[in-house]
Design a protein around this ligand. Structure first.
Ligand code: LMR
Length: 329
């Protein structure tokens, strides 16, 4: 009909007269499993905002927080299939993908503080580790900090003996599995989205997490004791589907790289502060007893966990591990 022909003609005119990018923005779906009000959640939102600003609306980053779109394992698969374009999984979750070297970050007491950690994440070792993702169709863009983990349970965790026989939820990392075993506990791998309920129903007795995760998932409601062990690190690799990323127009990609650089600075600036704030909030809730281990108790924990390094050296790769020990001193 004439009307259809006209409509078609105007559609063609529109297509020809409008630059391709103005028709619809490039959408980046960014899925993650934590609350918005966490270092990762805030940094993801920050990246979305800067990406829109720097590309003048040509890119729209849709952030899906709190496992709204996918849980841990599913989000990795979704990224590889291209159902989402960007994730920031914890470094403890790359083993099932076949990139086990990231598990070095899970080794107990490997970093004393953020400074030591940054020597790895912001240096050549960190870069070489990200490159290991490429054969999996994944490109690593950056490391985002969270913080140091503490153990929690419904019974006090002071001496090493207090861990014995308890079931602890862990992320999908062989090093973390060995860590819990070294304490005489029983490790149970579980998706982050299921932890609250598992603690509530007693499927597991305890867990380990930086306080920002502990508080924003309301774990303090279902854990009577939190021991500030700071025994290990939890942080993220921001990753994209490589084919998608390489296929972006070069100018857009470089704006996104800039947005990522800014988001990374932001994430790493707020991480400690967010965890400190969360600790205050846990204390203020009055629901969990917060315990600071004595120097002696911490040393005992460190000693009990030391064999994990030797036992798991192959997971991390002996050479990689040596370079880490070298830069951290
Ligand atoms: C966990 O599963 O405990 C964490 O990796 C969650 C997260 O993304 O911080």
């Amino acid at each position: 009909t004439r009307r259809r022909a006209l409509a078609l003609a105007s559609a063609v005119t529109l297509t020809l007269s409008t630059p391709v990018w103005a028709q619809a923005p490039i959408v980046i779906k960014f899925s993650h499993v934590v609350a918005q009000d966490t270092p990762k959640g805030k940094a993801a939102d920050f990246f979305a905002k800067r990406a829109a600003e720097l590309t003048k609306g040509r890119v729209k980053v849709e952030v899906y927080a709190n496992s709204a779109l996918y849980k841990d394992k599913e989000e990795m698969e979704a990224l590889q299939l291209g159902a989402v374009q960007m994730l920031a999984p914890s470094l403890a979750k790359f083993g099932p993908l076949g990139v086990k070297e990231f598990e070095l970050f899970d080794l107990p007491f490997i970093f004393d503080d953020y400074n030591e950690l940054h020597k790895v994440t912001q240096g050549p070792v960190g870069k070489a580790l990200l490159a290991k993702l490429e054969p999996k169709g994944i490109k690593g863009l950056a490391y985002w900090d969270n913080g140091f983990k503490s153990f929690s349970a419904n019974t006090p965790l002071r001496s090493v003996a207090d861990y014995k026989g308890k079931k602890f939820r862990i992320q999908s990392s062989k090093v973390l599995e060995e860590q819990v075993r070294a304490l005489g506990g029983i490790p149970q791998v579980m998706a982050f989205s299921e932890v609250y309920q598992a603690l509530q129903t007693g499927v597991v007795d305890g867990t380990e997490n930086p306080i920002s995760n502990f508080y924003t998932q309301k774990m303090h409601e279902v854990q009577k004791h939190l021991s500030l062990t700071n025994h290990g690190y939890l942080g993220y690799a921001v990753i994209v589907n490589k084919k998608f990323w390489d296929g972006l127009p070069a100018d857009i990609r470089s704006e996104l790289e800039q947005a990522m650089k800014e988001a990374t600075d932001y994430a790493n600036r707020i991480a400690k502060e967010e965890n400190d704030k969360a600790l205050e909030a846990v204390k203020a809730s009055g629901k969990t007893t917060v315990y600071t281990p004595t120097a002696q108790e911490r040393l005992a924990l460190k000693k009990a966990l030391a064999p994990v390094h030797l036992k798991m050296a192959d997971r991390a790769g002996k050479d990689t591990l040596q370079s880490v020990y070298q830069v951290t001193g």
